[in-house]
Design a protein around this ligand. Structure first.
Ligand SMILES: CC(=O)N[C@H]1[C@@H](OP(=O)(O)OP(=O)(O)OC[C@H]2O[C@@H](n3ccc(=O)[nH]c3=O)[C@H](O)[C@@H]2O)O[C@H](CO)[C@@H](O)[C@@H]1O
Length: 362
């Protein structure tokens, strides 16, 4: 069987696509899988690194006003639709799967509305993205990660609740194996810091202050700043800080980083949260402000209510508050243990399996 998978722009759309592809490959080893993404998006690195072939199309967005930008974008968009049509016509997939982001718009639209192929979209959040809302009219199946998302879609007969699929490694790697992977041999606790796939300037700023104002931290950081933030962030640090902590632009082997961590300080994207719960990690969640319908705060609150996380809003974030909360969790073994258990209990372990079932049914 042949499958096209499309999703891109940010990690939150790309990694679920890879998790679905891995599941298909595992269950149907002879399946042929082709990704469609953009050259500029994060997917152009991540997808080939995960071992999958990818073809590129051009995408663009329109502004809500009449402008030269919209004329240029209109041409680009038409080109993208044509490229998607060509790729789909040549590859002849049995099912086309979209996991969100602009790129999946033309691909899934052409596949469903114009070519009549079998199509599925997956929505990671409670509040669906614009692309998925538009596509929902044309596709055969809409997979949801949260029951609450159903009220945003008009086609109840197409909805299936599956949860967010994540890579198996988050369930399989042992904590000690992950610490060995990073050559961590001291007993110092590890704090993983990550502001989603693009990094978070607010979180970076608070962590940078923490490192420069209180040098003798009794924990070690694994900190992914985000590719675009990295050079600016490390300018302020001396050799000692750079020696004591692992500060990098992007983590390619996230299952190891999450498993090696004693706690995780991060933004509240849906896929990150699914990964933390699979690994059973306590967290301090800092929802990014200004996300659609403020959905990250909703994600973080849900985790806090379950006892798996502490939520700090961006506008209350400071080096002192972060340090205080990290120490509060690390210094209280009972709290640490109960947060770990609450986190693990919140995981939805069979999301990828449930998605595969829908794909096969289709
Ligand atoms: C600002 C914004 O709107 N962000 C959205 C975006 O976030 P974003 O793309 O940041 O998505 P998530 O935080 O959910 O997931 C990030 C993914 O990138 C991976 N990763 C991250 C950093 C790194 O160095 N290495 C790495 O591999 C993580 O393991 C995870 O798989 O998509 C999510 C899922 O649709 C939404 O819930 C988020 O709200």
């Amino acid at each position: 069987m042949k499958f096209v998978i499309s999703g891109g722009g940010t990690g939150g759309h790309i990694y679920p696509a890879i998790a679905i592809a891995n599941k298909i490959k595992h269950q149907l080893p002879s399946a042929e899988i082709l990704f469609i993404g953009t050259k500029e998006g994060l997917e152009s690195d991540v997808v080939p690194n995960a071992g999958y072939e990818m073809k590129h199309i051009t995408v663009s967005y329109l502004r809500r006003s009449i402008s030269l930008h919209n004329v240029k974008s209109g041409f680009k968009l038409m080109k993208g639709f044509f490229q998607a049509w060509r790729i789909l016509k040549d590859f002849k997939p049995d099912v086309v799967i979209g996991t969100g982001g602009f790129v999946c718009g033309p691909v899934l639209y052409v596949a469903s509305a114009m070519m009549g192929l079998k199509t599925i979209i997956h929505e990671q959040n409670v509040f669906p993205g614009l692309t998925n809302r538009i596509l929902s009219r044309h596709v055969d199946v809409i997979l949801l990660s949260f029951q609450e998302a159903s009220r945003f879609f008009r086609y109840p007969q197409k909805l299936v609740y599956t949860g967010n699929p994540i890579r198996d490694a988050f369930f399989l790697i042992e904590d000690q194996e992950a610490k060995n992977h990073y050559n961590i041999d001291s007993n110092q606790p590890i704090v993983l810091v990550v502001g989603g796939s693009g990094g978070s300037s607010k979180l970076n700023h608070a962590i940078a202050q923490l490192l420069t104002t209180s040098k003798a931290l009794n924990y070690k950081l694994i900190w992914a700043t985000g590719k675009n933030h990295y050079h600016k962030v490390i300018e302020a640090f001396d050799d000692e800080i750079l020696r004591n902590h692992m500060i990098i632009p992007y983590i390619d082997d996230m299952p190891y980083a999450v498993k090696a961590a004693d706690i995780v300080v991060c933004s509240a994207g849906a896929i990150t949260i699914a990964e933390l719960t699979a690994a059973g990690k306590p967290s301090i969640l800092i929802p990014k402000a200004h996300t659609a319908e403020n959905h990250q705060e909703y994600n973080a609150k849900a985790m806090e209510e379950k006892g798996a996380a502490i939520m700090l809003k961006e506008n209350q974030l400071s080096a002192e508050i972060l340090d205080e909360n990290i120490k509060k969790i690390l210094g209280d073994s009972k709290l640490l243990e109960s947060m770990k258990m609450a986190s693990r209990k919140s995981a939805k372990d069979d999301a990828a399996e449930a998605i595969l079932k829908e794909i096969i049914r289709l």
